[in-house]
Structure formats: structure tokens, C-alpha cells
Design a protein around this ligand. Structure first.
Ligand code: MCA
Ligand code: AMP
Length: 503
């Protein structure tokens, strides 16, 4: 019986002593050892009564064990649900409740605060710390190192990844085995990955970028990853000479450019730098080329779709564009009002269709119907155009989204929290240019009559429920918000007024 995802990405490495991960201390973890750990975790899940299709919510630091939970879920037919380590207990409660997760795996330091969340959802709570210790490891150590892989089809769900919504709460994007496998095999071809590649991995593994794009590709070819806990320039500089490829958000590249140690010589062993998750400025592309001789390859993707487009491996990597639709992805630009295709060169909404496109939002048929057409085209919410040479340009976002350092932040969630604070009548949250993060969160507050909002008190209050990366980095207090004749807040006007806040 088959399990396409596990068979293609993992099973073929059983017994392989080749290093899969090189850890910060320089030690290697072989494919075989990694897969044995995953099999032991799969046994723990089965022993806890989890059945195929159950959700496994994971909020843990980046570690080989954290990645092994993904492998364990694939092998046991469970749905992997990774969560940003920055989320507060209040944020987590929603994901657990909405997904109906049967088990939550967290760091021991947050066990107490998540205990009520787990109890309320009737979910089991296990711990896994950054060093691999914790209750999960304790239970796993006496388990067998082989696990009878659970049969699955390509249409079965492999992962549930939450993505914020313009209105309302986050939505769980349902990703099938087909979605993950098809995209990873396409990218292997497009980006010419082989078993000889060493990928410098400094991204988090709770998002598509670091998890599926980077990891699945390396698993598919049997390559190696230099697995770093986070992006830290000294570490990147130290390991670039040993690596052949790196994937990063634009902040990685701007930070590296700020370091005089970034040279042609340092990057001489590298064959490919890839950027995505947020727009890479043309200046960054050009400066990087001048300093290293490498043209960063920019691509475009989403949680719901994995990767949609890429600049070419051979051929012109055109700065300021995200290249061409991938071979098995159809991409069109449509009129937001009519849904009809726009002429070449004109801006409209980007729609995509292909085996990479998710099957819908978890238990949200109405939201799914709003964004996924019966024809299979997904309305991305991004605005773009295709130029005369076929390159896709992302021009803006139809959705009210801020992307800071590659993390997506939806203003609505922050505005609702600010509006509820003492002294605040209403608020508007926008993204403004930021030299390090690309965009930063700025909040405009309107005070209630004869009151002055207390910013430190507001910051303290929202800290309890909102992840740190979503916090406004700057506040402005205005007498009123700019509105159009329909009464809608003119965020463009605010973005323009405050565009130079972070020079
Ligand atoms: C950390 N902080 C942030 C961010 N990251 N604030 C806003 N936006 C962020 N992205 C906060 C910290 O809590 C800290 O708060 C302060 O900023 C400075 O932290 P610093 O040490 O400078 O940050 P860092 O740890 O170096 O992280 C910055 C980073 C990181 C390297 C850019 O955020 C990162 O690795 N981002 C990648 C995200 C990613 O993988 N995105 C892919 C999702 P305090 O003020 O308290 O000190 S999108 C996706 O998957 C789609 C499919 C796609 O297309 O790829
Ligand atoms: P997420 O929902 O976290 O998967 O983020 C997906 C969004 O990130 C897309 O809808 C785009 O708005 C943005 N994005 C991803 N890659 C790029 C890119 N290369 N250039 C501009 N925006 C991008």
C-alpha cells in the first residue's frame, strides 16, 4: 500500500547513512537516524490514540526533532499543523480549537500557559524543547525505530497551515500530498537541485518557505542542509563557503549586504541564491550582483499554493519581477470586478490554477468559495501584470496585508485590539517602508473625546494576546482618520503621509 508523500520524500532514505542535517555544533545527523526518530514519534502518536487524518499542532523551536514530527505525521497519515513560535497562548487557542487538534506539542517553557488551551480542546499536551528533550522525546526513546507506514492517497491532507484573513479569523489552508509533492518536484527541475547540493537553511520551519520549499526539495534529491536555528549574519558568513544554495526573505539579503565580509570570494562555492515571501527591491538585486556576481533568483508563492512562479535558472533573472508561471501552473491576470482576463501589460488580480493549489480552507466552505473558483482558479489577492516578455510583476496587494520580514500581518486583527483599548476611539494600521524588514507596522490612533491614549499601557495590553512581530513599531495620534465619500478609511493616504517614518 502506498503513501506517495512518505514514499517519495522519506522512505527511500531509510538505511541511508548520508548526512541529512549538519547542526550548529558541526555534527551531522544522517537520513537514517532522522527517519528512525520520526518512526519513534509516529509510534508515540499512534499509542496516544491518534488516527489517520487527526491534526498535530506543533509550536516548537527549530530543531531536527521538530522536522522529524513532520516526517512522523507523513508516515502515520496525520495532518501536520506547524505554528509560529511567536504566537501567544491566546492566538494558539484559536488554532487548536478551530483545527480540532488532538495533540499540541510545545516548548516546556509555555506548557503551563497552554495547559488550559489543551484542556479546553480536549487535546493531549506534549513538550519538545530546542535541545530535543521533553516528554515527546522521553516517550519516543523506547519505541521501535521502524513504523508500518499508513497508506494514503495523493488527495489526502498532509498539512494544515493557518493564514491570516482580511476579515475574520485565520483560515487553515488544507494542503494535500499532491500539492506538496507536485510543487517540490517541479522546483527540483526548475532550480536544478541534485544530491550534491548543500542548502544553507536559516528560515523558520513553521511556514511554507522554510518547511516545504526548502526541506522537501532537499529530501527529494537526497541533499544536505546546514540547519541553523535562525538567521544570524555571522553564522551565514561562516557557512557560505561550504554551501551551494540558500533560500531567504529579502531581509536576509539586505542584512548580508550590510556586512563587508560579503564578497565574491565568500560566495564562490554557491550556485544559487533564492528570494521570496516579500518583494525583493531592484536595488538589492543589483547590489548583490555587483558584490558577489550572483543574480538572486526571485520567485512568488503563497501558503495556499506553494510556489507559483519563478525567474529562470538559465536566462534573464529580471529584477523587480517574479519570473514566469511554473511549468504545471496556469497564471492569469483578471479584472477584479468581472473576472475576465486583462490585456497583456495591464494590472489586475493574479489567479492561479494547478496541482499546487490547495483544496480549500478548513471547515470554511464560504471563505473557500469566495477565493477558489469552480474552475479551479484561486484568486490570490495579489495585484500584478504580465509584461510583453511573459515576466510576472507583482504590483501590489488587493488584500489589506502587511509583510514584515517575510511574516504576514493583517491590520484588522491589530485594529480590533487597539480599538478596545481605553482612550482609543478608533484606529488604522498600515505597513510603511522599513529598511530592514521591508515593511513595518504603524498604528494611527484617534483618541476618545478629551482623552489621551497611553501608548506604553496599550503596548503592554496587546502583548498578552498578540505575537511580538505584529506589534506596531510606531504610533501616531490624529484628530480623525482620512475617509473617502463612502466613509472608507483611505489607507493609501496614510501610507503616503507616513512613508518616511523609518528612513
Ligand atoms: C522578528 N521580529 C520581527 C520579525 N522577526 N518583527 C517584525 N517582523 C518580523 N519578521 C521582532 C523580534 O520579535 C524582535 O522584537 C525584533 O523584531 C528584532 O528581532 P531580530 O533579532 O532583528 O529579528 P530576527 O530574529 O533576526 O528575525 C528577522 C527575520 C525573521 C530574520 C527577518 O523574521 C525571519 O526569519 N523571517 C522569515 C519569515 C518567513 O520564513 N516567511 C515565510 C512566510 P523586539 O523588538 O522585542 O526585540 S511566507 C511563505 O511561506 C510564502 C509561501 C512564501 O512565498 O514564501
Ligand atoms: P503567505 O500567505 O504567508 O503565504 O504569503 C503570501 C504572500 O506573500 C503572497 O500573496 C504575496 O503577497 C507575498 N509574496 C510572496 N512572494 C513574493 C514575492 N516574491 N514578491 C512579492 N510578494 C510576494
Amino acid at each position: 500500500m502506498a503513501n506517495p508523500l512518505y514514499d517519495r520524500l522519506f522512505a527511500r532514505h531509510i538505511g541511508n547513512a548520508k548526512p541529512f542535517l549538519t547542526l550548529p555544533d558541526g555534527c551531522n545527523l544522517s537520513y537514517d537516524s532522522f527517519l528512525k526518530k520520526a518512526a519513534q514519534f509516529a509510534h508515540v502518536f499512534t499509542a496516544a490514540g491518534l488516527a489517520p487524518g487527526d491534526r498535530v499542532a506543533v509550536q516548537v523551536a527549530k530543531s531536527p526533532e521538530a522536522l522529524a514530527i513532520y516526517a512522523a505525521c507523513a508516515q502515520a497519515g496525520l495532518i501536520f499543523l506547524p505554528l509560529n513560535t511567536g504566537y501567544t497562548a491566546a492566538e494558539l487557542a484559536y488554532f487548536v480549537e478551530n483545527s480540532g487538534a488532538r495533540i499540541i506539542i510545545c516548548d516546556a517553557s509555555v506548557q503551563m500557559s497552554l495547559s488550559p488551551v489543551a484542556s479546553a480542546a480536549n487535546a493531549e499536551l506534549q513538550t519538545l524543547n530546542a535541545d530535543g528533550s521533553g516528554t515527546l522525546a522521553d516517550q519516543a526513546q523506547n519505541m521501535p525505530e521502524q513504523y508500518p507506514t499508513i497508506p494514503r492517497t495523493k488527495d489526502d491532507l498532509a498539512a494544515l497551515l493557518y493564514t491570516s484573513g482580511t476579515t475574520g479569523r485565520s483560515k487553515g489552508a488544507m494542503l494535500t500530498q499532491r500539492n506538496l509533492l507536485s510543487n517540490c518536484l517541479t522546483l527540483v527541475e526548475c532550480w536544478r537541485f541534485t544530491k550534491d547540493d548543500v542548502l544553507l537553511h536559516a528560515l523558520p520551519i513553521f511556514h511554507t518557505h522554510g518547511l516545504f520549499v526548502a526541506t522537501n526539495i532537499i529530501l527529494a534529491v537526497g541533499g544536505r542542509m546546514r540547519f541553523l536555528p535562525k538567521f544570524e549574519p555571522d553564522q551565514i558568513i561562516a557557512h557560505l563557503p561550504d554551501a551551494t544554495t540558500m533560500m531567504g526573505v529579502p531581509t536576509f539579503y539586505t542584512r548580508l549586504l550590510n556586512d563587508p565580509r560579503l564578497t565574491k570570494k565568500l560566495t564562490g562555492n554557491m550556485r544559487l541564491f533564492i528570494s521570496g515571501s516579500a518583494p525583493l527591491l531592484t536595488d538589492t538585486h543589483e547590489e548583490f550582483k555587483a558584490r558577489t556576481g550572483h543574480e538572486i533568483l526571485e520567485r512568488y508563492g503563497m501558503t495556499e499554493t506553494n510556489m507559483n512562479t519563478s525567474n529562470p535558472y538559465n536566462g534573464e533573472r529580471r529584477a523587480g519581477t517574479v519570473g514566469f508561471a511554473l511549468p504545471d501552473v496556469e497564471l492569469k491576470i483578471t479584472d477584479p470586478d468581472t473576472g475576465k482576463p486583462m490585456p497583456v501589460g495591464e494590472v489586475g488580480q493574479i489567479e492561479v490554477r494547478g496541482p499546487n493549489v490547495f483544496t480549500g480552507y478548513w471547515q470554511m466552505p464560504e471563505k473557500t468559495a469566495e477565493e477558489l473558483r469552480p474552475s479551479g482558479f484561486f484568486i490570490t489577492g495579489d495585484l500584478g501584470k504580465i509584461d510583453a516578455d511573459g515576466y510576472v510583476h507583482i504590483i501590489g496587494r488587493g488584500k489589506d496585508l502587511i509583510i514584515s520580514g517575510g511574516y504576514n500581518i493583517y491590520p484588522k486583527e491589530i485594529e480590533e485590539m487597539l480599538d478596545a483599548q481605553p482612550g482609543v476611539l478608533e484606529s488604522a494600521v498600515i505597513g510603511v517602508p522599513h529598511p530592514d524588514m521591508g515593511e513595518a507596522v504603524l498604528a494611527v490612533l484617534i483618541a476618545q473625546k478629551d482623552q489621551a491614549p497611553d501608548i506604553p499601557a496599550i503596548t503592554a495590553a496587546i502583548s498578552k494576546s498578540l505575537a511580538r512581530f505584529k506589534h506596531p513599531r510606531h504610533y501616531e495620534i490624529l484628530p480623525q482618520l482620512p475617509r473617502n465619500t463612502m466613509g472608507k478609511v483611505q489607507k493609501n493616504a496614510l501610507r503616503d503621509t507616513y512613508k518616511d517614518t523609518f528612513p
